[in-house]
Design a protein around this ligand. Structure first.
Ligand code: FES
Ligand SMILES: [Fe+2]
Length: 413
């Protein structure tokens, strides 16, 4: 027994609709020359989304944010991941923990604000129960008449979920079954190691809510270079799709899908000037400053690592057709202490937003299109190679969960 709470969602029986979709997945497996896209209902069906919560999000490492947002002991942020309320807290020992934010009395949520400094711990506003930064119950007023505090203290601590940190990004695994993450990110780790992301300063993430498309589009749109000189014509020309380098990728070894794009000039940046606005991060080579690495750490972290900053999205699905994005940015502490930093930061974030606005229009339109009775199931262009990788990654998880549930049902019969 370890100290973590492993509480996957209740197993889900495979309905006729889920079975029908599972039967259609084989056509999406393989390589870019022969595979088709996933069935449209995999993007639009709420039932499939319920299946994905278990097969993908519960079973894997789900991203929550970056340690740079909670640099000091007692710093925390609160968020809901697929309906599960969490507190991500840096304890008085400096360790980052992922705790349930559900009070053990009657379930009120803890954490006065979406983010802040908890100092000694958390006190529930409902009846005053209190917890320290590690989730241990420290007070439960007026309970002595029914239960001695010593007894209560052992049974009413906040559950801690299994978590891991890679390059400063914090992930949670609810099922307890995900394989260790870092060994499955070797290729990506070496590609971005000179960014030293774990040591960068993080701005407070901005939340963009109510994005009316499926979570997979967010990764797909960011990972494929086919659309960039159509949808982003004129503003993406410094990073042309002809300059893309894909990665040969072994699913068993990888938890990430990624590509590089080499700029036509040194120190490119995704903003109106097409130039990085901050000075370059100190340890990058000339070549590294002249490219961006776009990476999806599956399922729900996307980042773009360019010469001066790393921008990222944590994708928080709300339903099959709605996501919340937590948008953050990392750069060196030196860069953030420049007198011009507020202006440079605004220009950098406005740049990301400029691309995002175009992608938003496309994502909403595509989500609508995939709800049509004649929605397409496409063959891929060579520049959509990452999307076949993404399908293959997902299908493996879909099939693994379906096999496990099928096994359990057979045992029950
Ligand atoms: S619900 Fe938290 S103290 Fe009662
Ligand atoms: Fe785009």
């Amino acid at each position: 027994m370890d100290k973590f709470s492993h509480v996957p969602l209740p197993e889900m029986a495979l309905s006729p609709q889920i079975r029908r979709l599972l039967d259609q997945l084989d056509a999406s497996q393989g390589d870019v020359a022969s595979a088709m896209s996933l069935p449209p209902e995999c993007y639009t069906s709420e039932e499939w989304f319920e299946f994905e919560k278990r097969a993908v999000f519960d079973s894997e490492w789900t991203a929550l944010g970056h340690v740079g947002a909670i640099p000091e002991n007692g710093d925390y942020f609160a968020l809901e991941v697929l309906g599960e309320p969490l507190l991500v807290v840096r304890g008085k020992d400096g360790e980052v923990r992922v705790l349930s934010s559900v009070c053990r009395h009657r379930g009120h949520l803890l954490g006065d604000a979406p983010r802040g400094k908890a100092r000694g711990g958390f006190t529930c506003p409902f009846h005053g129960w209190s917890y320290d930064l590690e989730g241990t119950l420290t007070g439960a007023p007026e309970m002595e008449g029914t239960l001695p505090f010593e007894q209560l203290r052992h049974t009413a601590c906040l559950p801690e979920f299994r978590s891991t940190i890679w390059n400063g990004f914090i992930f949670v695994n609810f099922s307890g079954e995900a394989e260790p993450l870092a060994p499955r990110l070797k290729g990506l780790t070496s590609l971005v190691e000179n960014h030293h992301m774990a040591d960068l300063a993080a701005i407070t993430p901005v939340e963009w809510a109510d994005n009316a498309w499926n979570w997979k589009f967010m990764q797909e749109n960011a990972l494929e270079p086919y659309h960039t000189h159509y949808l982003h014509s004129g503003i993406h020309d410094f990073a042309p799709s002809t300059n893309v380098r894909f990665t040969e990728w072994q699913e068993d070894d990888d938890a990430a899908i990624y590509r590089e794009v080499h700029f036509t000039n040194a120190d490119g940046g995704f903003n109106i000037s097409s130039k990085a606005l901050f000075p370059p991060l100190p340890d990058l080579t000339e070549e590294e400053r002249a490219r961006v690495v776009f990476a999806g750490v599956m399922p729900n972290l996307f980042f773009g690592a360019q010469g001066d900053v790393v921008f990222y999205y944590v994708i928080l699905p709300q339903s099959a057709g709605n996501i919340t994005l937590s948008v953050g940015m990392l750069t060196s502490w030196d860069n953030l202490s420049l007198p011009t930093a507020p202006l440079l930061l605004k220009g950098t974030l406005d740049g990301v937003q400029m691309f995002n606005e175009q992608d938003t229009v496309a994502n909403i339109a595509t989500h609508k299109g995939l709800r049509s009775r004649v929605a397409p199931r496409t063959r891929w262009a060579p520049n959509e190679k990452t999307l076949v990788q993404l399908s293959n990654w997902l299908i493996k998880r879909y099939k693994r969960y379906a096999a496990r549930v099928g096994e359990a049902l057979r045992e029950d019969a």
